[in-house]
Design a binder for this molecule. Structure first.
Ligand code: PHE
Length: 463
């Protein structure tokens, strides 16, 4: 089937550039910022990790996001068919379409555990509302969390609820209601983070928390794993490398600029992540908790803080509602590439496709549920549980690899006229500069980080 590239997508269009910003920010800002960023930074010693992450967002993430959105807008289909149509039009190697397929797989893997963790946040809505955390001690906050994790049934219940909500929303299509909700909830979430930050500043641990995040000793930069994980985190948090931004880019009107929009989204996303870190780490140090405790970090520290707030149960409940919502808007974008593809390819009903994808993803998600209880001692490789493994491979390998290929394709395989039209660059200098950053520097950074990890393996083989 030859694919034309229409000026509008059959799945609908954002009614303005502003709505695209909202939707893309809704995709970017999620539990990746509030739950994952702090705990992964904590596990990797803070400082160096945070700096590498910030640098990656700026010089790798932003140019690649521009490339990804641009490809979507040029192709106007699901990522797989967008790639097909661009490859056909430019008579390029069909292998490039693998970008689309790998993205679908990565989205699937990520959503499988994303729904489980978002389910935790939902459980915490109920726990906080019931007043469980009022004046709770650090030890009891930890115990509450561990008790919850020990019960596969509870985890499954919340995972199911979150997945059902996601399916229900995506089944209805890009809906007006959702756009309105993002408009209100995102600023509110940010305000609540600032309130928490205010608490942290006065918690007695602020200086220590701040230093943990931003003070670096040079020696910390030598571990290649930290580079890989920090880079992976920058892709994950910006929803890059798996086609979510490409799918959303397909619904962006012709006249909207891409560059400025992308910078806005990346800035918002980074602000949320850094605020979450600055809110959480001081609580860790003020209460003698372990910064490297892993996925439970947010679920122990935040209830602890709200437990001491006046009206803490109310604020705390609102906080977890907003986190759940932020997770929903990200989960929706995780499904969009595969849903749009199935709808295009089989003329299937969105609702049906959403249910099938959701059920498969739910089943895979059981692997994550069990990783925290009955399979906690089972390791796929090198001590990684099923959850760790899925997370590691999707975030640290598939997303950066996808992003690398996306940038290379966008910069070097699209005709120059298309680049000029998409980017709105009249002058050759600007275009040249953009090509240098997105087509050379960003890909080289990703490659360097990959090679750095692979080098010892290669050496091992050579010896
Ligand atoms: N960016 C989202 C978050 O930080 C997760 C995500 C990753 C969403 C990849 C879509 C694609 O929570």
């Amino acid at each position: 089937m030859a694919l034309a590239s229409p000026s509008e997508s059959r799945h609908g269009m954002w009614s303005s550039r502003w709505l695209f910003i909202l939707a893309a920010a809704g995709s970017a800002v999620g539990i990746g910022n509030i739950w994952k960023f702090p705990y992964v930074a904590g596990e990797n010693g803070g400082g160096a990790f945070v700096i590498i992450y910030l640098v990656c967002v700026a010089i790798v993430g932003i140019p690649i996001m521009v490339s990804e959105v641009m490809l979507g807008r040029e192709g106007r289909h699901s990522p797989i068919n967008t790639m097909r149509s661009l490859v056909e039009r430019g008579k390029r190697n069909p292998m490039w379409v693998l970008i689309g397929w790998m993205g679908v797989l990565a989205g699937f893997l990520i959503l499988s555990y994303y729904a489980v963790i978002a389910g935790w946040a939902m459980n915490y809505v109920v726990l906080t509302a019931a007043g469980t955390f009022e004046n709770i001690s650090a030890q009891n906050a930890g115990m509450t969390f561990n008790d919850f994790l020990a019960s596969p049934w509870q985890l499954m219940g919340w995972q199911t609820l979150f997945m059902a909500l996601t399916i229900w929303i995506v089944g209805k299509g890009v809906s007006q209601g959702l756009e309105n909700a993002i408009r209100w909830f995102m600023p509110l979430l940010f305000i609540l983070l600032l309130v928490l930050l205010g608490y942290s500043v006065n918690s007695g641990g602020f200086q220590q928390g701040f230093d943990f995040m931003f003070k670096v000793d040079a020696g910390a930069f030598t571990d290649p794993q930290i580079w890989l994980i920090a880079m992976g985190q920058s892709f994950f948090t910006l929803s890059l490398g798996m086609g979510a931004m490409m799918a959303y880019g397909a619904y962006v009107p012709e006249d909207a600029g891409v560059g400025g929009t992308v910078v806005t989204i990346a800035t918002l996303d980074t602000l949320v992540a850094v605020s979450a870190g600055l809110a959480i780490f001081p609580i860790v140090f003020a209460n003698g908790l372990d910064a490297a405790q892993g996925p439970g970090l947010m679920f122990v520290t935040i209830p602890l803080a709200f437990g001491q707030f006046p009206l803490g149960a109310v604020f705390g409940t609102l906080f977890f509602v907003l986190v759940t919502f932020a997770a929903l808007t990200s989960a929706i974008s995780l499904t969009e590439p595969v849903l749009a593809y199935l709808v295009e390819e089989y003329n299937a009903k969105r609702k049906r496709v959403a249910i099938s994808v959701g059920v498969l993803c739910w089943i895979l998600g059981l692997g994550t549920v069990f990783s925290f209880n009955i399979w906690a001692d089972f390791s796929v490789v090198g001590g990684l549980t099923v959850f760790d493994f899925i997370d590691y491979v999707s975030q640290n390998i598939m997303l950066p690899l996808g992003g690398l290929l996306i940038a290379l394709f966008a910069v070097w395989q699209l005709p120059k006229t298309v680049l000029q039209k998409q980017l709105g660059f009249e002058s050759g200098v600007k275009l040249g500069l953009w090509r240098l950053v997105a087509g050379v520097i960003a890909p080289l950074c990703v490659l360097a980080v990959f090679l750095n990890i692979l080098w010892p393996v290669v050496q091992g083989f050579l010896q």
